[in-house]
Design a protein. Structure first.
Length: 366
């Protein structure tokens, strides 16, 4: 082979290698991840039971994180008697599809307190019962959980386990309807410290998440509630992740709520702590003066605007997840929450709304 031919062959081989590398890079990076990461966006699931069609639809949504409430009162109806069947179904179905499950630990049973919104902190018996519930949940679904070694393998053979690593303590503790309001920030701080001790004792690597709070509330706004929680000794060490439910009339107001919460966190030395938006959403019902229902097309439009804004500001606000409330409409009218009845991306019968397609555009679903 002559020198000129050899140089031409070397150049050709180099061009082929470069072309293959470029093609491999295109194939290896999904379009959504290339634009900022499809794992940022997830969903809330609010149904007591889990249908197989729910699993397929959640998979099709492209969400890689789903939040669901583990109601203590449903799991431990009597002292020491645990029924994990509903939780097994949800956790297993999600994990088998590669979806990370995030539980909300919430709801006091009647044998501990007179109402489910009474936090288990006012007596040694209540505190001990709560800690036992948390430890049992960790022992079942944490990294060394018995569920993954036995039941999950039987129900989902060959599927990789996805142990629970983040645990959210209570839901919307700044609302009277969810958390008894007698010195509620102080009592919630106590609940956080009790919970962190029990959870870290079972899994030192687990993350404890603050209960997600609506920004504005007739009872107590999220930033005021958080500021009072911070006054309690040692509370900064009792949670690893902050959470917010910035429901708002529009995107500008939503961002303002995030700013207010972040300001309180920075003031208290928690500026670098991550934040999850564990609920945000608007309904598809006919628009009302309160601004939380937008009509079907309006719901899709505001989802796009909100998600673009949160994605754009995710580094500034250290936002790790944004979860849309809700995945699917409930059956009938949701009590005490007008927009909740139509906040789903799907109707109750699984028919998609325009917002379903908008959501899938952000997760890179195919």
């Amino acid at each position: 082979m002559q020198g000129g031919q050899r140089r031409d062959l070397v150049a050709l081989r180099a061009a082929i290698v470069i072309g293959c590398v470029a093609l491999a890079a295109l194939v290896a990076v999904p379009s959504a991840d290339a634009k900022g990461g499809s794992r940022l966006f997830g969903l809330d699931y609010t149904f007591k039971d889990f249908q197989s069609k729910d699993g397929r639809k959640l998979d099709q949504s492209g969400a890689k994180t789903v939040r669901w409430t583990m109601f203590w009162q449903r799991i431990e109806r009597s002292p020491g008697q645990f029924d994990w069947s509903a939780a097994d179904n949800v956790v297993g179905e999600l994990a088998s599809r590669g979806i990370r499950f995030v539980p909300v630990l919430f709801g006091t049973p009647s044998w501990v307190a007179n109402s489910g919104n009474t936090p288990p902190v006012d007596s040694k018996e209540a505190r001990d019962a709560w800690k036992r519930f948390l430890r049992e949940a960790l022992k079942r679904y944490g990294p060394s959980g018995s569920y993954w070694a036995i039941q999950y393998r039987a129900d989902h053979p060959g599927k990789a386990a996805l142990p629970v690593t983040t645990w959210q303590i209570w839901n919307e503790p700044n609302l009277k309807s969810h958390f008894s309001q007698r010195r509620s920030p102080e009592r919630y701080a106590r609940l956080l410290k009790i919970s962190h001790s029990a959870i870290s004792g079972e899994d030192p690597g687990a993350q404890v998440m603050f209960g997600g709070m609506p920004g504005y509330s007739r009872d107590m706004n999220a930033w005021r509630f958080l500021s009072r929680v911070y006054r309690q000794d040692g509370v900064r060490r009792a949670f690893d992740v902050a959470a917010l439910h910035p429901y708002a009339r529009n995107v500008s107001q939503m961002v303002g709520e995030v700013k207010r919460l972040r300001r309180v966190m920075r003031k208290n030395g928690d500026g670098r702590k991550p934040l999850w938006i564990t609920e945000v959403g608007w309904g598809s019902a006919h628009p009302t003066r309160f601004g939380l229902t937008k009509g079907k097309q309006g719901q899709a439009r505001i989802l796009k605007r909100a998600f673009r804004e949160l994605k754009h500001k995710r580094h500034r606000f250290r936002i790790k997840r944004v979860l849309w409330f809700n995945y699917r409409d409930p059956q009938g009218h949701a009590q005490h929450c007008d927009f909740c009845s139509s906040a789903g991306l799907l109707k109750n019968n699984f028919d998609p709304k325009p917002a379903w397609r908008a959501f899938r555009g952000f997760t890179g679903a195919r």
